[in-house]
Design a protein around this ligand. Structure first.
Ligand code: SAH
Ligand code: SF4
Ligand code: F3S
Length: 582
């Protein structure tokens, strides 16, 4: 009997299909019985490669597993279920995956119940899943990007049939709401606004691995962001392969500028978005970014090449001149806005002059940062069929020259920051030096500085004292405990307990009966003092009785009692926050 069940394998021609409208699913999570008993007391590990789309998928898969009762393992070797979430964008991303799968052979040998699953964009490529199953017999489950919402039922099927399962759907894709999520961070979050991509740049595999471009409904995005704001998140990044295309599929005038503005108005301290395509970057978007202080002035604007001929062959839909014009418009509106980019070197038949066009464009823009890649042919894409006459050594040599040009502008921007103070969102102890904290400025510059670990997740002012190419050294401008106290006070005022306290206090101030009782108490106090002065025992006894009656009525008044209760509640809240900090 075959050990493997191939339910569906990817098909690039189906993956190109843009005809069917995407399905909208809104489902409750059901934990199937066999997996529920597997999950009990067991731990998972998810190893993610690639971009933020994959990171978000990891969080959703972790959400499913945690509802089923599993916990995240503290290290990969102790996990009972491992999911490898792959990327297909370049060859080197794929090579890393093979090494990663190999690492888990030991877990498989140690424990016959161990489950190894492989998912993500690489599984959407033709021929990969089958080859993987043959080369690595200890892989138990393979699924694609469209199958993430069905994770639990796939695991159940594996347990029930005691077979290794492959299910990779190739279709235009669906939108699934009510997805569970265990976020990797408790102060920075990614929120998907669109899925897939319809641009079909000729070198790129993403439109085939992630399906058609489809937008989530505005209400669903806002509900997710509102919840994050209420939970105290400091930063939201709106995600899409092309965020500028948001809403185009609704054909009702909904657009990215409006969702960006609506999310900004929810009051999240930092709002970012990625990626914006230079082709459909509207003036409305620029206006919204410029007018909202909580939208970070940092735009990732992948150019890919500075040559019009290469851009045309890449299918990028803009010219060098249009791109530079957009950069000028951004700088005119927001002079200090950081601009970052992605560049591909060595696209098929790129000439020396065409490469130099990329260098001059980089010099003209003066990027704050750039992700540079050597072109990697992706099977099934149009560019992979182009005959390429550029040698690999020429590509590497151009790559090194490009990096030098980029470094020049990056260092230039960094040097200008020395002596200035910037707001930094603290990520916690630095990975390289645990004695230092690290965080990012509004324009996404990495800063290291000394401070207490309790600042993690807080935004603090930091003065830059030293600049390096990829990071800065800074020092706290304010006593860290004062910064924390200010944040705690701000957070506390947002708590329900504080809102109740202030509402009751206001109701009490506005209530005529409470005001009358207060006046009466004062009146009786005055009369008491007078009677004492005059030695009038009778009047004293009369006013004392009246004073006590009014005082009791005041203390027993429901609004006064409510205020005392909310004050106690607020005190407990404050003590718990202080407890968390100490
Ligand atoms: N949707 C985003 C980026 C997605 S992929 C955008 O359009 O900007 C991230 C980056 O990988 C791309 O910007 C591109 O620079 C690079 N990339 C994509 N396909 C590649 C390939 N085949 N070879 C080399 N780099 C590639
Ligand atoms: Fe790929 Fe182009 Fe789509 Fe970006 S816009 S994901 S580079 S096809
Ligand atoms: Fe890689 Fe897929 Fe993202 S190919 S870059 S993980 S969309």
């Amino acid at each position: 009997m075959a050990k493997k069940i191939y339910k569906s394998l990817p098909d690039m021609s189906k993956a190109r299909n843009r005809v069917d409208a995407p399905l909208l699913r809104r489902e409750d999570v059901v934990v199937p019985p066999l997996f529920a008993s597997f999950a009990k007391g067991r731990k998972y590990w998810i190893s993610t490669f690639g971009c933020q789309a994959n990171v978000r998928d990891e969080e959703i898969m972790a959400g499913f597993l945690s509802i089923a009762g599993m916990e995240r393992a503290s290290e990969e070797s102790s996990a009972d279920l491992v999911i490898i979430n792959t990327c297909a964008v370049r060859e080197n991303a794929e090579e890393k995956v093979y090494g990663e799968i190999g690492k888990f052979k030991a877990n498989h040998l140690k424990d016959k119940n161990f489950i190894l699953a492989v998912c993500g964009c690489m599984m959407q490529e033709e021929n990969i899943a089958k080859a993987l199953m043959e080369r690595y017999p200890f892989v138990n489950l393979i699924f694609g990007t469209h199958n993430v919402p069905d994770l639990l039922s796939l695991l159940e099927e594996h347990l029930e049939k005691k077979k290794d399962i492959v299910e990779v759907l190739s279709f235009p894709g669906s939108i699934v709401e009510n997805l569970p999520s265990t976020r990797l961070d408790d102060y920075k979050a990614f929120v998907n606004i669109t899925y897939g991509c319809d641009k079909f740049c000729t070198y790129c595999i993403v439109p085939y691995t992630r399906g058609r471009e489809r937008s989530r409904k505005k209400e669903d995005i806002l509900a997710e962001c509102r919840e994050l704001v209420e939970q105290g998140y400091q930063e939201i990044t709106l995600l899409g392969q092309n965020v500028n295309s948001y809403g185009k599929d609704f054909k009702d005038g909904t657009n990215f500028a409006s969702i960006l503005e609506d999310v900004a108005n929810l009051g999240i301290p930092r709002l970012r978005f990625m990626t914006s395509h230079p082709w459909d970057f509207s003036d409305d978007m620029l206006d919204v970014i410029a007018t909202h202080p909580n939208i970070m002035k940092c735009i990732h604007l992948p150019v890919q090449s500075g040559s019009n001929d290469v851009l045309r062959r890449m299918g990028r839909r803009y010219t060098r001149e249009e791109y530079l014009n957009l950069v000028r418009k951004i700088r005119l509106k927001m002079p200090s806005c950081a601009i970052t980019t992605d560049i591909i070197v060595g696209f098929p038949n790129e000439t020396e002059e065409q490469f130099e066009d990329t260098l001059t464009l980089c010099e003209e823009v003066g990027y704050d940062a750039a992700f540079t890649f050597i072109y990697s042919p992706r099977k099934g894409t149009p560019a992979a069929k182009m005959v390429d006459d550029v040698s690999s050594s020429a590509k590497h040599e151009r790559f090194d020259r490009l990096i030098k040009v980029i470094e020049k502008s990056v260092i230039g921007h960094a040097e200008q920051m020395v002596g200035e103070t910037y707001a930094v969102l603290v990520d916690g102890p630095s990975k390289k030096d645990p004695g230092m904290l690290s965080g990012y400025t509004e324009s996404s510059k990495l800063v290291h500085f000394r401070g207490p670990k309790q600042l993690r997740g807080h935004i603090v002012p930091v003065r830059i004292v030293e600049s390096h190419t990829f990071s800065m050294i800074g020092e706290l401008v304010e006593d860290p405990w004062i910064s924390l106290a200010k944040d705690v006070a701000k957070d506390l005022l947002q708590e329900d307990a504080a809102k109740r306290f202030f509402a009751t206090k206001k109701a009490m101030e506005d209530d005529p009966e409470v005001a009358r009782l207060r006046d009466a108490i004062q009146e009786e106090q005055r009369a008491l003092a007078l009677a004492m002065k005059d030695g009038d025992d009778l009047a004293y006894a009369h006013h004392k009785k009246a004073y006590e009656q009014n005082k009791r009525a005041y203390e027993e008044h429901p609004l006064v009692r409510n205020l005392a209760a909310s004050s106690e509640e607020l005190k407990q809240e404050l003590l718990s926050v202080v407890g968390e900090l100490s």
